[in-house]
Design a protein around this ligand. Structure first.
Ligand code: ATP
Length: 660
């Protein structure tokens, strides 16, 4: 691997300095990555290619990195690929002249649409030599496909894909189509790309000075980028700063900024109060109500803010005079048009001296007449977009539990005690609009138990238990951390943790359920393999109305065959009647977890010699998780952790890996 990084030769076509990067060079790198499962080699191939990009076309590094991640912008911009199968098939048919019937027959045999596009494209005689594709051209085309709206959208999208396909050579069509589908399936994790960007940057900078980086230099560069990116997850902002100032000076030039959402810190489940006490072992901790609503990260810059707080947010218009207000979801989706009622009253609860902030909160449905909180299901009946304040029927109250940035300064490296004090000084509670999450800094089992009961009576899900002081209490974006534990009332009832699972298939109903689906096939997500791994069939917990509406909701996502990135038993009797595109996520409870040859969840992680996966016993539908995308579903690793934590398989119920 070291040799690979240091060798001057590279296998992809070279290009002119200052020119656009050939798409063929990126695809060659994809092929090399596709040819190995070794993480170090994948990083080395990525890093080597990126070095070449920094050397010859630094202005295109952002574009190349986005294409490697199969993204068109930072998450908060909400521009996504994931084009439906029928539309892609239509474009392949029209651009290669193969009939839909022929393509469907190929699909039944091969499955992978990328391969179908590649084979169909390469079987065509090439009469006119097309200009080689560049990454810039591909990026612009994909951007158009993803953002075209309004009348005739479908045919415009098909026309754009056709143009791109017609110019593809060799393997290009395969990766283009996989990208359009939303999954490149190269095993190129986001963290690997981040690591490779750091390696490429430091290598290039040191080579320019006639030096070769040592392993310690590579690690220092990776740590620097990881830290900066966790507070500012936007390559659009960070990469130009790397090129301008050098990677080791990044911290001085890039800090967290309102307008760019951070990936939130997440919690690990604890099954009992005694497990919490064991885990925190005499260290100071606090218990907070776990409100049952939607996570909301509120960003704010006042028009009175000082110079250092005035940021240009890429892709977003800030207000006249430099002000900004925005609300982001758990997935960094912009919820500002869902909650205009919150933004309208923000100034009531922001103190006079507060000029900018990033606040971590939960929005909770609230009954103004009784002053009581309402369940999550009520909140979910609100429209998701373009809400007019006068139409808002379900009122919400915001509960703040953490402050990440205040008046131009990041607070994530301060203790929770300090962050909480700063939060209480920067905001004022306003009944029915804004409050601080209720907390009790108690440490005796009976005190925690009664606080938990109080939280449940108050329509909360349970408690969040958090470390209060020292480094362990720092805010760690995007981590599912041992320093935040959640105790849900459901765990105490002995039902176990809930899982968020993706609906992949369904079975036609029988008896009085003949016109709807009677059961569904669910899967967890394995981000390393980029696969959905099946975990159970579920037919319990649905009312007749829910079943009827699910039938309608899922209809547009029907596909003729499972996607190649679905992992399920191949035995005929285990197959569902219909398959779906991976779009819908449900929260599910179960009695316990067991091994089964029918399902494939975490089969690699539990390393069962017979290839069995983990499956759920007695799964029960709780609700749809509209706020979670399919690749934010419970991971295969979490499933393996839950399986191992069961006493029946000899686990201790402790420890585990951070996998977010
Ligand atoms: P869950 O289904 O439990 O919400 P999750 O994966 O969305 O799972 P977790 O980290 O497991 O998130 O649980 C924390 C969630 O609980 C947060 O994302 C937030 O939405 C919510 N929450 C409510 N009250 C609090 C609080 N006081 N502190 C932190 N999170 C809270």
């Amino acid at each position: 691997v070291k040799q690979l990084i240091q060798s001057k030769k590279h296998p992809y076509p070279d290009w002119a300095e200052g020119g656009s990067v050939p798409y063929a060079a990126l695809c060659k790198t994809f092929e090399l990555i596709d040819g190995t499962r070794k993480r170090l080699e994948i990083t080395a191939h990525t890093s080597k290619f990126l070095q070449q990009v920094i050397r010859l076309s630094p202005h295109e590094l952002v574009t190349v990195v986005h294409l490697m991640l199969n993204k068109l912008a930072a998450d908060y911009m909400g521009i996504e690929l994931g084009i439906g199968e029928s539309l892609i098939m239509k474009a392949i048919s029209e651009s290669t002249g193969r009939t839909m019937d022929k393509l469907k027959a190929m699909q039944a045999k091969i499955g992978d649409l990328g391969m179908i596009a590649y084979q169909s494209r390469n079987a065509q005689p090439t009469l006119i030599k097309m200009q080689p594709l560049t990454v810039e051209r591909i990026f612009k085309g994909l951007y158009r496909v993803a953002t075209t709206k309004g009348d005739g959208t479908m045919s415009l999208k098909v026309a754009e894909i056709k143009k791109l396909l017609a110019a593809c050579q060799g393997e290009e069509a395969k990766f283009l189509v996989r990208g359009l589908e939303g999954k490149l399936r190269l095993g190129l994790a986001d963290q690997t790309v981040l690591q490779a960007v750091a390696q490429a940057a430091i290598t290039r900078e040191m080579e320019a000075k006639g030096k070769t980086p040592k392993a310690t230099d590579l690690v220092a560069a990776e740590n620097m980028l990881k830290e900066v990116f966790s507070g500012l997850p936007s390559y659009e902002v960070i990469i130009p700063k790397i090129i301008e100032h050098g990677i080791m000076n990044l911290k001085e030039h890039c800090t967290m900024q309102p307008g760019v959402p951070l990936k939130p810190m997440l919690a690990k489940p604890a099954k009992s109060i005694s497990e919490v006490l064991d885990r925190f072992d005499n260290l100071k901790f606090t218990c907070e109500f776990k409100y049952d609503g939607e996570r909301a990260q509120i960003h704010y810059v006042s028009t009175k803010a000082g110079e250092k707080e005035k940021f240009a947010v890429p892709g977003k218009d800030t207000k006249k005079g430099g002000g900004l207000t925005a609300i982001f979801s758990r997935n960094s989706e912009d919820l500002s048009t869902k909650y205009p009622d919150i933004l309208a009253v923000l100034n009531n609860w922001v103190s006079e001296s507060t000029t900018s902030f990033i606040l971590d909160c939960e929005t909770t449905a609230f009954d103004k007449d009784t002053g009581k909180l309402l369940p999550f299901q009520t909140l979910m009946t609100r429209k998701r977009k373009d809400v007019a304040i006068e139409d808002v029927k379900i009122k919400v109250c915001v509960y703040a539990f953490d402050l990440l940035f205040l008046n131009g300064e990041a607070l994530v490296h301060k203790s929770l005690t300090e962050r909480r004090e700063a939060m209480k000084a920067a905001f004022n509670e306003v009944e029915g609009q804004f409050g601080f999450a209720r907390h009790a800094d108690v440490d005796q089992v009976d005190e925690i138990q009664s606080f938990l009961e109080e939280s449940v009576k108050g329509q909360c899900e349970g408690l969040m238990v958090k470390m209060l002081n020292g480094e362990a209490s720092h805010y760690t974006p995007s981590k599912r951390s041992q320093n935040w534990l959640k105790i849900k009332k459901d765990y105490l009832a002995g039902a176990g943790d809930s899982l968020d699972l993706v609906v992949l298939g369904a079975y036609h109903g029988k008896g009085k359920r003949t016109s709807v689906y009677g059961a569904f096939l669910l899967a967890c997500y394995n981000p390393t393999a980029e696969k959905y791994e099946t975990i159970c069939n579920i037919g319990t917990g649905f009312s007749d109305e829910v079943l009827a509406s699910l039938h309608e909701q899922l209809e547009p996502f029907i596909i003729p065959k499972p996607k190649p990135f679905y992992s399920h038993s191949t035995v005929a009797k285990d197959q569902p009647d219909v398959w779906f595109e991976p779009r819908v996520v449900w929260e599910v409870l179960c009695a316990d977890l067991t091994l089964s040859p029918r399902y494939k969840a975490a089969a690699d992680n539990v390393a069962d010699p017979t290839g069995k996966g983990v499956s759920l016993r007695f799964p029960r539908y709780i609700r749809e998780r509209e706020d979670k995308k399919p690749d934010a579903a419970t991971t295969a690793r979490q499933v393996a952790e839950m399986y191992r934590a069961q006493e029946s398989v000899g686990g201790k119920g402790k420890g585990g890996v951070d996998d977010d």
